[in-house]
Write a protein that binds this ligand. Sequence first.
Ligand code: PRX
Length: 650
Amino acid sequence: MSDQTITSVSRESRVFRPSAEFQRQANLGSLAAYKRLYAESVNAPEKFWGRQAKELLTWRRPFKKALSWKLPHAKWFVGGQLNVAENCVDRHLGTARENKAAIIFEGEPGDIRTLTYKQLHREVCRFANVLTGLGVGKGDRVAIYMPMVPEAAIGMLACARLGAIHTVIFGGFSSEAIKDRVNDCQAKVILTADGGWRRGKVVELKTNVDRAVGFTPSVQHVVVLKRTGNAVTMTEGRDRWWHELVDAAPVEHRAKGFDSENPLFILYTSGSTGKPKGVLHTSGGYLLGTAITTKYVFDLKETDIYFCTADIGWITGHSYVVYGPLANGATILMYEGAPNQPGPDRFWEMIDRHGATIFYTAPTAIRAFMRWGDEHVKKHSLKSLRLLGSVGEPINPEAWMWYHTLIGKKRCPIVDTWWQTETGAIMVSPLPGVTPTKPGSCTLPFFGVVPKVLDEQGREVPRDSGGKLFLKNPWPSMLRTLWGDDDRFKRQYWSELPGYYFAGDGARIDKDGYLWVVGRIDDVLNVSGHRIGTAEVESAMVSHPAVAEAAVVGRPDELKGQALVVFVITKSGVEPTKELREELRAHVAREIGALARPDDVRFAAGLPKTRSGKIMRRILKEIAAGGEIKGDTTTLEDFSVVSALQAQED
Ligand code: PRX
């Protein structure tokens, strides 16, 4: 075997077929129907997407051509004009959805607020007038640094209504991150709040903005929502209260149509090195991609109460809290705070309280629920749930089974959705009621998506062998470029193999054509000439009953190339002993072979994670190698975790 190929060591073989009951009511009712539409979507993409765009979106001016593709630059729905906010809000007025809840909001302290589509429309119109009054127009950039409250979505939709470009900066980021992002896109206005609630404490958002804004000359105004009521400093002339502006703004707003390729938003995502990348998404294609995936992957029905736990600071919050669900006229459940406030059962309590039917979260959260203990789940009925989703990283089979059993009560299909900030919408996922699922696999491509697993020479690797994950054809919700850096866009995504989009992930396709993502290529381990994905080793480790969470990295080793170092968090109540360490090494060797026997198992109280819950293996690598921490740590959630791990080494 070539040393460039990834050796796949996973032995997961369970298959879960959709129930007849779910299948009967599914928006797409059979595998045959999926295959037929999929074939059309890849054989005649312009016809397929043209039809979907007409059916699912409302156009002000019809497009002339579905796609213009000059690799790597795509234009979708050429010549068409639409208004994204109108598609998400206005068009539901005058229908049965007018008085339907668009947003059910629950604040961390327990305050509940519901906005119907009619009310949401009024708020978006008023805020669009506010922004116009502050000089915001088509193409201007507006930064949004807010808690997870309805006004954050209102701010996004008001920008979209004006053809302005929003850039949401996650409320957990520091003033440094605000400064870099605002300067990169030259935002004119920042929308923020006095604070937001997190674990019973106020996160002082306005104070962070104040620290940044002295270094961001492009910013003319800061609009401040009163959420927590803590004292803030308002700078005369620059800072304005949200409620005062809104109270003075007219409720009428006539939306204009904008070009399908008009930019909708920039979302910064951290690269492994260098400054964050400003991923640019545009209007028609992005909205279609999020709308169609919401409809089919979440099997959305008029009566659903849809709960996605992602913050709007991430792409998941953009695509599956705001744009996809609202374009479909869905009811979204939006939550402000931490999942364990006041207790570890906050989500389950909310699901029962509001009758949530669809629940979409991340494997890192699922592992946290597992660690907190089953008793917190068992206190609640969860009987309203009918569908579960997972996103953000490979879900280890252990977590998948727990999710399936404890949360889904073996009744709800799980959609494990693979996609990226750059892809805008879900790319690979089961369709519920249609696709038999295998724990840990994101299964089959969505319409129009052609995933390829290739080796270094661009050859397709045999079934069940690992390689690099590429996407072959353009798709409507693809990123258009990196803001202000088209060269980096080409280098980063389109130069690994000419003609293909490089996702940066390692993967394999099994004999049934199912895709298994094994982790980021940058994290791939190289042991004695075998390249192994991090996900597989970690998932073997987590399948041991004493382990709550694990992260594996390579440490340079003269003999093997890399030695495997696994950082392990044990379940509560488990003593981290020397014997357990040996047992865990043996367990991994038993599960996936001696090749992957960890050289070192280190017990840890916490792992360095990004704010979105991804393990920062780069930092663990540096700790494992005993070196200092270099590079950017601004996206790190909690630096004390790193200090604790380093202290352990001394
Ligand atoms: O490595 C893959 C992993 O997350 C990366 C994209 O991260 P981000 O842009 O932050 O977007 C996260 C939300 C879409 C991917 O390259 N990833 C995401 N979903 C999955 C996944 N890995 C395996 N299975 C998934 N379902």
